[in-house]
Design a protein around this ligand. Structure first.
Ligand SMILES: *[C@@H]1O[C@H](CO)[C@@H](O)[C@H](O)[C@H]1NC(C)=O
Ligand SMILES: *[C@@H]1O[C@H](CO)[C@@H](O)[C@H](O)[C@H]1NC(C)=O
Ligand SMILES: *[C@@H]1O[C@H](CO)[C@@H](O)[C@H](O)[C@H]1NC(C)=O
Ligand SMILES: *[C@@H]1O[C@H](CO)[C@@H](O)[C@H](O)[C@H]1NC(C)=O
Ligand SMILES: *[C@@H]1O[C@H](CO)[C@@H](O)[C@H](O)[C@H]1NC(C)=O
Length: 434
């Protein structure tokens, strides 16, 4: 009897509760996918003044010099495509902000077949994935973080330049000589890439209603992740491509900085620097740090640092020595040859393998940047490769880690953020996590 009574009353009640929960979560999901964001923090654009990054146009009419501590999480867009995993993205940005980091480098491309591809075929986009990128940008701004958005991969992951070449072949173009590197020279492929640039740069964010070209939470456009063009070791093919593409972006967007995405190797034309390269092989990859970064429309130089992969089978001291010379050379080039800021956009040391060694190498990088900041030199910051969090381990490589799992590393990163900030802010300024 009691049982019947309970069934009679409780089941409709449970039904209403369940329906309410369903409606709430659906509505909630729609709130962040359909309705515009009405309030956004004020943010200035990042600009340059000779060898310095400056924050301009902050509404107060002043330019201030700034040095950056930042990180890479290349997977943000992909995790923003589907509602349930979006919390991973906002949480990662929150963790970054808690560590005092102010710039995050991430992929604004996905050219590989599959449900998360942004570009399905040349100039054809998956709107759902684009909304994922919209979400990343809105969340970054909310946390006071600026994004370096990379526009294509030299490597095969997420499609890369090889995918563009295949599209051209599928369209019937005769792409025969040095197939993969024809990405940089074939006119049809260059047109595909320009169409991509145009779609991204002129995109209007579906959440904030702000055009990407007007969005201060975008730090810079990066032309390509780690370009190499080994079929033309003199670097002239890449030089022409960078020039053409950088000029093209600037024709669409005058507010944002543009960088290349180089690893930083010196080419044969910069023979005096060949001793700085990690090996003879590095001069034959078709890139040249000096020439490529000197191009007018390139606003700042990008450099990576992977001593562990580049000079294998050496001891810690040899790696430290390499790193020190590598950083000094590039900062000095920025200072006296390029007269542009130099940002170390990927620095990676295997962490889970050797925590102590990792932190020692990272501290070397941070000390050099700190010294540069104190002297107002061209070494403008470093971005660690790369941070992940629980539930996104599928994106982890041997250089990736969850910050909370490594308290000493977490502290090292946070201290760097704080001491860089302290150089430039008066004591009464809000120090956030510092
Ligand atoms: C650029 O830097 C120079 C030298 O530090 C300074 O004199 C000048 O005022 C700066 N320009 C702007 C627009 O802030
Ligand atoms: C600009 O900066 C200077 C020096 O830091 C300061 O004295 C001045 O009040 C600032 N101007 C505005 C409009 O914030
Ligand atoms: C494709 O181009 C190569 C030279 O780049 C040429 O030798 C070949 O005949 C061409 N093939 C066709 C089908 O046009
Ligand atoms: C081009 O790239 C693809 C994918 O990485 C690779 O399998 C192929 O060997 C490359 N072709 C040449 C000619 O290097
Ligand atoms: C590289 O490309 C340039 C321009 O196309 C050409 O003049 C030069 O001979 C090429 N160099 C090599 C080593 O292939």
């Amino acid at each position: 009897m009691e049982g019947e009574w309970r069934e009679g009353r409780l089941y409709p009640l449970l039904g209403i509760l369940a329906l309410g929960t369903f409606l709430f979560s659906t509505f909630n999901d729609n709130l962040t996918t359909t309705f515009p964001v009405l309030w956004q923090p004020i943010m200035g654009f990042v600009g340059t003044n000779s060898t310095h990054f400056v924050i301009t146009d902050d509404g107060r009419g002043n330019q201030s010099v700034v040095y950056f501590n930042g990180w890479n999480s290349y997977w943000l867009m992909e995790k923003s495509v589907w509602g349930p995993s979006r919390s991973k993205v906002s949480n990662m940005l929150k963790i970054g902000a808690q560590m005092g980091l102010t710039v995050c480098r991430t992929w604004a491309f996905s050219d590989e077949d599959g449900p998360n591809a942004l570009q399905l075929s040349p100039g054809v986009f998956n709107e759902r994935v684009f909304r994922g990128l919209d979400y990343v940008i809105v969340e970054a701004r909310k946390r006071g973080i600026r994004l370096i958005l990379s526009l294509v991969n030299n490597l095969d992951a997420f499609g890369g330049k090889v995918r563009y070449v295949r599209w051209a072949q599928e369209a019937g173009f005769n792409v025969s000589s040095s197939v993969n590197d024809s990405f940089f020279s074939h006119s049809a492929i260059k047109d595909y890439y320009k169409a991509y640039i145009k779609a991204i740069v002129t995109r209007k964010n579906s959440l904030s209603r702000i055009k990407y070209s007007e969005e201060p939470a975008i730090f810079a456009w990066e032309l390509i992740n780690e370009p190499r063009c080994s079929s033309n070791s003199s670097a002239s093919v890449l030089q022409a491509w960078i020039t053409e593409m950088a000029v093209y972006i600037k024709s669409l967007d005058q507010k944002h900085l543009v960088t290349v995405g180089l690893e930083g190797f010196y080419g044969p034309k910069t023979a005096e620097r060949s001793g700085v390269n990690p090996g003879e092989w590095a001069a034959s990859l078709g890139t040249d740090f000096i020439q490529n970064s000197a191009i007018n429309s390139i606003d700042f130089a990008s450099v990576h640092a992977y001593p562990d992969s580049w000079i294998k089978h050496t001891d810690l001291e040899a790696k430290e020595k390499f790193l020190s010379i590598w950083m000094d050379a590039h900062i000095s080039d920025g200072e006296s040859v390029l007269k542009k800021p130099v940002l170390f956009t990927e620095v990676g040391f295997p962490l889970p393998i050797n925590e102590k060694e990792h932190d020692r190498m990272l501290k070397n990088v941070y000390d050099r940047i700190y010294e540069s900041a104190k002297k107002r030199e061209a070494g403008a910051g470093a971005l660690i490769w790369q941070l992940v969090e629980e539930g996104v381990e599928e994106y982890a490589d041997k250089f990736s880690f969850i910050p909370a799992d490594y308290p000493a590393t977490y502290k090292l990163i946070t201290q760097q953020s704080c001491r860089l900030r302290r150089i430039f802010s008066s004591s009464q300024t809000n120090q956030n996590s510092c």
